[in-house]
Design a protein around this ligand. Structure first.
Ligand code: NAP
Length: 470
């Protein structure tokens, strides 16, 4: 790396930033770059899909359109004169990390966590055991998951493992009247399967107690408000052990609101609804059992809580087991990053190793100059969409400090479009996306939905090409 001359970031010599990924953390990083006073910058944003917005398009549930509306903020960022979108470009395949280093002064990795944690228990390989990532991508029309199938027509009871907001989304989509989803941007294949679904009971399996549930109060409350759906909690499991009661007093109000809500549901009993969310606590799945090759039950080991060295209550298995009759299992126990060829990766944490957003060559190793990271790839898969705004801003502050200290890459080229064309990559520009967006909205409108998503990369690209002015 060469020390940069003083004029980098001026009108004559704008700072060129490459952002890899186009989800919330990517747009908040681009926004923060454009907002740095006195800095002249250009931002090129890459996504392997032809469409922008990452988890807002492919993760946020279709019945949470109010959360999806955040894309209006990202659209404003994309209107900045220095912004360009390069969709349908996979880094590590279409462009290598070295190509990016030859074209940009700084690179911001906003690649999220594309895979998921698995339980690692016997029976997990049965075809009726799924990760939440697959199910969420499938109902959201994410091209990667279009071919998945979930045998909802043959299941009346399912288990959802995990007590986070992803588990809440999965449980709600399974229990909700599909007609209430029909007007959203849910994928057509998912709506058809949900209409044929026989699922009536969802066991939500938490390995810790009600006080440690990771879901937001409004998410569990939303399920209880669904017509015909009861949230059922066994009174014994709603009670807190003395240590959890003491611990709860030190926690955020949301944990206290969850406990109050769950204890209230325990008092209300079974209810008269046809569909049930059965919240179980202090249960550790140990095996998925099959009958004739199909999921028939999940065996759980009961647990009690004990504080670890830092005082956090952790589950300790006890000598008591239960078998829950279920025909499908969804694991919603957290996401995990996947390595990008040529990029640093921490296999233990499943993130890009970094010190406050500055990428390290390896975990605990030296800083990798010119490379920065934001979002889930930086801190792991936690936080809501909005959490990424201050997080990306903090990384951009490090970039500005490094720029002032003369630490930036010294790119030899400024011709990424030409490089992509040379390689025969048909990239999607922001103007292409705007036409595709209008097309998806119009198609949705014609079908009585907020949006119709083209279901595959091929269909998305065919629409992009068809919509281009001749
Ligand atoms: P999460 O909030 O980290 O929840 C993961 C859950 O899985 C926790 O209950 C965790 O229990 C449990 N778990 C982990 N390993 C387990 C194991 N081996 N066995 C049993 N249970 C296990 O993650 P998430 O639900 O994937 O959500 C990711 C982030 O996206 C969160 O910040 C979430 O709030 C956000 N999100 C928000 C929304 C929304 O606002 N509507 C929707 C979806 C996601 P422990 O607590 O015991 O570790």
């Amino acid at each position: 790396m060469r020390r940069m001359t003083q004029d980098l970031g001026t009108e004559q010599r704008p700072l060129r930033v490459g952002v890899i990924g186009s989800g919330p953390s990517a747009f908040y990083a681009a926004d923060a770059v454009f907002r740095v006073g006195g800095l002249h910058a250009r931002v090129d944003m890459f996504d392997r899909l032809p469409t922008p917005f990452g988890l807002v398009r492919g993760g946020v549930a279709p019945d949470h359109q109010n959360i999806k509306a955040v894309v209006k903020v990202y659209q404003k960022v994309a209107e900045q004169p220095g912004y360009r979108f390069f969709g349908h470009v996979q880094i590590g395949r279409d462009l290598l990390v070295t190509d990016l280093e030859e074209h940009y002064h700084m690179l911001v990795w906003a690649v999220g966590c594309e895979s998921d944690q698995r339980l690692g228990i016997p029976g997990e390989d049965l075809s009726g055991v799924h990760s939440a990532t697959e199910f969420v991508g499938w109902y959201n029309g994410h091209p990667d998951f279009r071919e998945r199938s979930f045998d909802l027509a043959a299941a009346t009871r399912v288990a959802v493992v995990g007590n986070g907001n992803v588990a809440m989304d999965v449980a709600r989509i399974l229990l909700k009247d599909p007609e209430a989803l029909a007007t959203t941007d849910i994928a057509d294949h998912a709506l058809t399967a949900l209409r044929a679904s026989k699922v009536r009971e969802v066991y939500l399996l938490g390995r810790r107690g009600p006080a440690q549930a990771a879901f937001s109060p409004k998410e569990i409350e939303e399920i209880a408000e669904l017509p015909g759906v009861d949230v059922v909690v066994a009174p014994a499991e709603a009670e807190l052990d003395p240590y959890s009661a003491e611990w709860l007093a030190t926690q955020k109000g949301s944990a206290q609101r969850n406990v109050a809500f769950l204890q209230e549901r325990a008092r209300l009993g079974e209810g008269g609804g046809a569909r049930k969310l059965r919240c179980r606590f202090l249960v550790l799945p140990v095996e998925v059992k099959a009958s004739d090759g199909r999921v028939a039950a999940v065996r759980v080991q009961c647990a009690r809580l004990e504080p670890d060295a830092g005082g956090t209550p952790r589950p300790r298995p006890i000598d008591r087991f239960e078998t829950l009759p279920v025909e499908l299992v969804f694991e919603a126990i957290g996401y995990r990053g996947v390595p990008v060829p040529g990029m640093s990766f921490d296999p233990r944490k499943g993130i890009i190793p970094n010190a406050d957003g500055r990428v390290l060559g390896e975990p605990g190793g030296p800083v990798r100059p010119g490379h920065y990271v934001v979002g889930w790839a930086k801190r792991g898969p936690t936080g809501l969409v909005g959490t990424n705004s201050p997080d990306s801003k903090a990384t951009v502050e490090r970039m500005v400090a490094d720029l002032q200290a003369g630490k930036a890459l010294a790119p030899r080229h400024d011709a990424i479009e030409a490089r992509l064309r040379q390689r025969g990559i048909d990239f999607v520009t922001w103007q292409d996306w705007q036409r595709l967006d209008a097309h998806e909205l119009a198609e949705g409108n014609a079908r009585g939905k907020v949006r119709h998503k083209e279901p595959s990369v091929e269909a998305l690209m065919a629409a992009v090409r068809r919509l281009r002015p001749r």
